[in-house]
Design a protein around this ligand. Structure first.
Ligand code: AMP
Length: 217
């Protein structure tokens, strides 16, 4: 199973990414975590990207693309080539480049999972996380910038994946376990079809009204 997570900051990418990875026994590749690890270890790369992270700006595309190519190769060698990629792509250039990397390694994504949530809820969650984790980019001003960046350059990718037929959208403003159940149910239902139905013959799957349909406002 190869999954990309496309979601605004605070939507639960890290939590859901880890759950999907455990469920399918695949590596959870989180670009933000990889970059923060470089910063913490004060590597050359870490020192070069720290300011971008602190300001809530994207680091240069080439840096993350190289990191992810290495992680894909590692997954192919040791894990059969599955992955949950969390935090990438963040813009259209990355989306196209990632597709090319995937094609060259025969590891293109099976599913682009979109976690949907409104800015008010996301800001509330990120401020709560700030109190717990003290991340340098969870201040009110930087949160506003990261959300604006998401709407401007990241969200447009969602339509691209819808056109490719690999988009699954889930309402992330629900209890974590319910979001997880909806995601895993959808992915399990798709799993047997992935190798048999070509991308161009698929349709996007929208589960964002599921909660309301079953009586949860
Ligand atoms: P995240 O943990 O996904 O919220 O990412 C934290 C920060 O890492 C972002 O605000 C960016 O500065 C940087 N970052 C993570 N992934 C990417 C990416 N794919 N492209 C550029 N910058 C990224």
């Amino acid at each position: 199973m190869r999954v990309l997570l496309v979601a605004p900051p605070g939507a639960g990418k890290g939590t859901q990414g880890a759950l999907i990875a455990t469920h399918f026994g695949i590596p959870h590749i989180a670009t933000g975590d990889l970059l923060r690890d470089h910063v913490a270890r004060r590597t050359e790369l870490g020192q070069a990207v720290q300011e971008h992270l602190d300001r809530g700006e994207l680091v240069p595309d080439a840096v993350v693309l190289d990191m992810v190519r290495d992680a894909f190769i590692e997954s192919r060698t040791s894990n059969g080539g599955g992955y949950v990629l969390d935090g990438m792509p963040r813009n259209m250039t990355q989306a196209r480049a990632l597709y090319e990397i995937g094609r060259s390694l025969e590891m293109t994504a099976d599913v682009a999972l979109h976690l949907k949530a409104d800015d008010e809820e996301l800001t509330r969650r990120l401020l709560a996380r700030a109190a717990l984790e003290g991340r340098s980019d969870d201040t009110e001003e930087v949160i506003r910038r990261r959300l604006a960046l998401y709407h401007e350059v990241t969200h447009p990718i969602v339509d691209w994946y819808a056109e490719r037929g690999i988009l699954v959208s889930v309402d992330a403003v629900q209890p974590v376990q319910r979001v997880a159940r909806q995601i895993l149910t959808a992915l399990e239902a798709m799993r047997p079809l992935i190798d048999h139905v070509p991308e161009h013959a698929r349709r996007p799957i929208d589960l964002t009204s599921l909660g309301t349909a079953f009586g949860h406002a």
